[in-house]
Ligand binder design. Structure first.
Ligand SMILES: [Zn+2]
Length: 69
């Protein structure tokens, strides 16, 4: 994940809270520009991603799927 404002990779988690049984809310701050963001982490189907070399990428079927808690 990169900062959407300054593109820095230095994002630090400053708060973590269990949301539902399977989802987690995280508050992150960019150490480059100070932007604060909230993210929700949810499990996704195994076939939603595939290996492309050494990188995990979304499969075509899930390219435009929005995962919600
Ligand atoms: Zn930033």
């Amino acid at each position: 994940m990169n900062c959407p404002r300054c593109k820095s990779k230095r994002l630090r988690v400053i708060n973590t809270r269990q949301d539902t049984e399977t989802s987690t809310i995280r508050q992150r701050i960019c150490e480059g520009c100070g932007l604060v963001q909230m993210t929700i982490e949810v499990p996704i189907p195994l076939d939603a991603v595939k290996w492309q070399g050494k990188t995990l990428v979304r499969t075509e079927d899930y390219r435009h799927v929005e995962f919600m808690p």
